[in-house]
Design a protein around this ligand. Sequence first.
Ligand code: NDP
Ligand code: MG
Length: 400
Amino acid sequence: MPKQISILGATGSIGQSALDIIRSHPEQFSVYGLSAYSQIQAVAKAALEFQAKVVVLNHHQQTTEFQEHWHQACQALAKPSCPPRPPELRFGQEGLKSIATDAEVDSVVCAIVGTAGLASAYAAACAGKTILLANKEAMVAAGELFMAAVAKHQATVLPLDSEHNAIFQCLQQAHAQQYIQNVILTASGGPFRQTPLADLSHVTPEQACKHPNWRMGRKISVDSATMLNKGLEIIEAKWLFNLPWQQIKVLIHPESIVHSLVQYQDGSLLAQLGHADMRIPISYAMAYPHRVSNNSRSLALHELTQLNFSLPDLQRFPCLQLAYQAMAASQSHCLVLNAANEIAVAAFLQGKIGFTQIAQVIDTMLQAHQTQTFHQIDDVLAFDSECRQRTSQLLKQPLD
Ligand code: NDP
Ligand code: MG
């Protein structure tokens, strides 16, 4: 029987790569549920191609649009006279939670961007599912509660983020965890690795979204440019691999060939290498503990001229420093870091603030925060929404 998979965020960059792997291996994987937020045509086409049982849209008002696109997609089929049964439509956060928890579902790809994906990822954990996690913001906002739910309900988390997937691969030996000295997350340094510092305040959203090595959604592209993405990833690594923050290091590696490394106490350094193609980590997690082909290019080491590594410049990338500070402070500081960043990045993408002001906004929000403890995911979500409102208020005042 093929594994039944739900993809939360099926219309995004990760969601589409996951569908590409399913397309190549119909005997191993099949689609149960797909979700979209604004790209209704794309999800209608995918639902038809993969014969999804359920599609989750943001709200009921998108029903007619979905039905029109479904109808058009059916007409483009070779035999339009016998269209397949349309999927059941569900809506909003409750719909997302349902396709993350339905009994038929084996694995849930969590690929919604931002804390909008937290409640459904958490529901999948409470239902004991295999979670293929791309949505790092969920782990940053609520890693402690999330991992407690995973343990309590015997769920499994397999990381899709390329760095964590690399570390996970390097840990596949008996008792590996207890001998870790450090994990080293690599970072490309993004589009502004060599931009003169004085020019950073004037860079545009288009420049920030033009990543040198990866093609990704706009929010994570900006996060890569500020290196807050690496900041979120060190926090993600702390929870995924149960490590103290002092053991999580970052190295700039502009070629994005070495995806991350584990340094063991005996001096061995293990790494996972490959081209910058998210289908590699996604297919590993989907087929785990087996491996499947994924249409990516094989890496020919002799074709590489050089691999460079250096320590990150924290003056250029203050967001990375802020993430270390938040991680060392508390879980609720990490939540504030993430919520403030989501609002600041959205404002930057809309041209309302400058690039360097993203770090300023996060810093101001962190400085004003006093540690809080949460026992329920609903408390996390309520505080996340409060932080977003406060960050939005802050943005109404003039920034330096
Ligand atoms: P995209 O922007 O390409 O896709 C985001 C997905 O989330 C889309 O399906 C979008 O729907 C959906 N979505 C957006 N807002 C909401 C909302 N409020 N409620 C429900 N669904 C929503 O992002 P990526 O695929 O690049 O990234 C997804 C996640 O994976 C992020 O957390 C990112 O950090 C992580 N990640 C991504 C990597 C990459 O290579 N892209 C690498 C490692 C991690 P629609 O398009 O229909 O509006
Ligand atoms: Mg990554």
